[in-house]
Write a protein that binds this ligand. Sequence first.
Ligand SMILES: NC(=O)C1=CN([C@@H]2O[C@H](COP(=O)(O)OP(=O)(O)OC[C@H]3O[C@@H](n4cnc5c(N)ncnc54)[C@H](OP(=O)(O)O)[C@@H]3O)[C@@H](O)[C@H]2O)[C@@H](O)CC1
Ligand SMILES: Nc1ncnc2c1ncn2[C@@H]1O[C@H](COP(=O)(O)OP(=O)(O)O)[C@@H](O)[C@H]1O
Length: 276
Amino acid sequence: MVEVREWTRSDTSRYFRAPAAEDDKYTRGVVALRTGSAAYPGAAVLGVEAAWRTGAGFVRYVGEERAADAVLARRPETVVGADAGRSRVDAWVIGSGTDPALRTDAESVALREILAGSVPVVIDAGALDLAPGARAPFLITPHAREFARLQERLRLQPGGERAEGARQVAANIGGTVLLKGARTLVAAPDGTTFAIEAGTGWLATAGTGDVLAGVLGAVTAANPDAPLAEIAAAGAWVHGHAARIAADVTAGSPGHPIVALDVAAALPPAIADVLA
Ligand SMILES: NC(=O)C1=CN([C@@H]2O[C@H](COP(=O)(O)OP(=O)(O)OC[C@H]3O[C@@H](n4cnc5c(N)ncnc54)[C@H](OP(=O)(O)O)[C@@H]3O)[C@@H](O)[C@H]2O)[C@@H](O)CC1
Ligand SMILES: Nc1ncnc2c1ncn2[C@@H]1O[C@H](COP(=O)(O)OP(=O)(O)O)[C@@H](O)[C@H]1O
């Protein structure tokens, strides 16, 4: 049986701080997202929104025109363009809202360049197949089906205990695994494993994984020296807390339906709670 530690609010508080007088937009963390596509422009918007709402000082976006236009319409604060990733970047988010079957060769080259660098990368959805072999520090964020696909690709046995499976994949690819679900598991390549309970089933709605990727990008950018498994657990905890706030879940009430943007909108009060 794999030892799994429950991640708490007080653990989470170590990864958030209020900006001080000596901070500027760069010291608060620069997140670059290469996400979304003509088929899924919304995923780009959700990740960018979440990165801003988690407290990033600067958010850059690189992507197809339809997605870039949607990002700017929602968040004009975002710096958009092919060169947006060539300036300072503290964390990358790639893959949300993309389909690997539709990826062009040029896009694969660009993503591999990111994965060959030294900046930490959050790898989601349509970029998960590129994780094996990455040299940058990285964190993958599969849901159950994506995780099973990755296990098959790595010739590991799918099914079985989730924590053991997450550990095996982390050790095999040399990166941190965040396996999504009602109970999200985070496994580091050294076997350290954390669990984060979402605390509400209302979080199971399209696009909340794209929001999580943006959250993780912002927490990674703001904590350059922290272990990625702890960053991942802190991000997942805040994401779940934002969902509980958005859905009005309390001890006496099961709450109500929410959409992914509601989770992003509740990130600031969730972080305020963590800082209190
Ligand atoms: N607004 C936007 O732009 C949005 C864009 N999005 C983007 O869409 C892209 C495709 O993402 P995707 O997860 O829908 O497709 P894919 O990985 O092929 O899975 C397909 C099959 O897997 C299963 N399955 C799915 N989830 C599961 C789970 N949690 N746990 C267990 N099983 C699960 C389920 O099959 P079933 O098990 O029901 O037979 C399902 O039919 C991706 O780039 C994403 O970022 C979305 O985020 C939505 C909002
Ligand atoms: N039953 C559930 N209860 C609570 N949270 C869930 C449940 N199922 C999934 N989640 C969470 O919802 C999010 C869904 O992410 P994902 O499957 O990637 O969706 P999408 O691709 O539509 O964004 C993840 O953060 C996951 O942990």
